[in-house]
Design a protein around this ligand. Sequence first.
Ligand code: PLP
Length: 425
Amino acid sequence: MATPRSDRSAPSSPRSDLPSGRPAGRFSAAPIDVDRARSETPGCAHVAHLNHAGCSLAPQPVLDAQADWLAAEAITGGYELAADRADDRAATYDEVASLIGARPDEIAVVENATFAWHQAFWSLDLQPGDRVLTADVEYATGFVSMLQARRRLGVHIEVIPDDEHGQVSVEALARRLDDDRAGPVGLVALTHAPTNGGLVNPAEEVGRLTRAAGVPYLLDACQSVGQMPVDVAEIGCDLLSTTGRKYLRGPRGTGFLYVRRELGQRLQPPFLDLHAATWVAPDRYEMRPDARRFENWETNFAGKIGLGVAIDYARAWGMAAIWDRVRALASRLRAELEEIPGVTVRDIGAEQCGIVTFTADGIEARQVKQALAARSINVTTSTVASTRFDMEARGLHEIVRASVHYYNDEAEITRFCESVRLIGL
Ligand SMILES: Cc1ncc(COP(=O)(O)O)c(C=O)c1O
């Protein structure tokens, strides 16, 4: 397995010690050295962090890379440093591309998953009467935009029902895609792993259908990238949005958008600036040929560098190894929670990820969160307003969300469950 960057001496430039070839990381399933991962995560000494679906604890190399950049910026000048270290900045695109099986020119590095998703959604040339197909666990931000598009553009929104496991029904989607009489399908927008539970939607099966139908496919991978292998070619999506701060363990205020090259060259982002396009004549502009037409000029450079280092760090552990450990820890957590009287685990789906949700009889989710915080255990809650269709269908208003990552250890899971057991006794 490739050595995580923190094993090497502190680099003068955040990227000066990158291995020349690609680390074997992405394909490696060697078990994670949890002790080492924890020792490289300063926050582990202070909290039991089970809030990776909110924001991870950053590993030391990610902190170092940002601190180094900021310190250099302060003495060199922001523009000057950006020019001097253009290779470091470019390396972030290489990292993102390698992580998801894309090409660097198909990547836009932006501020967050929301901006990435919106740039993609509003760049599609949706017409009145076009159908937008989505699923039950669609995140509020995406669905609100679809409602806005219905009002502004006259598109029709169709929410595909779930199958018996609670994941989007592939059969139902196939039928809707085939239904020519209902009108053209302008987009399939799917959330890979929702904000409110362990479900993993069958993104690849959806991709097989959208490819066969020739329909654009936008995948919200905000909660999946970083905890499981995600490969855009295997999935067959055309557009993918995600964030840096969650399972990738990158800086806040970072995210990225993947745009399949052939599609990207035909899309007009809703916001264009002088980075995304060049004003070539008084009445004419030309857009960049690559996915950076979805970015804007001013950005958090330290964050961008930190994102690249976070991805390098994750890939050095190996996405397969990370995914194995995340699933094992989450299964253990679910099993232990199910043993606690009055606790109900709420996760659905044939395949489940590191996001574990539950309710406790007679105790509000936010009270559980507060009680755990008093014991230095971080979790969060998820409400009906984030995933309204799914939560209403299951009669849920608010649930506790405890999301694990590979560097959580078994002792934390035990301490967590003991603490939950004590709440309300
Ligand atoms: C499924 C899903 N999509 C999108 C987002 C938005 O991500 P960001 O806050 O980075 O814009 C979130 C945030 O929690 C999410 O859970």
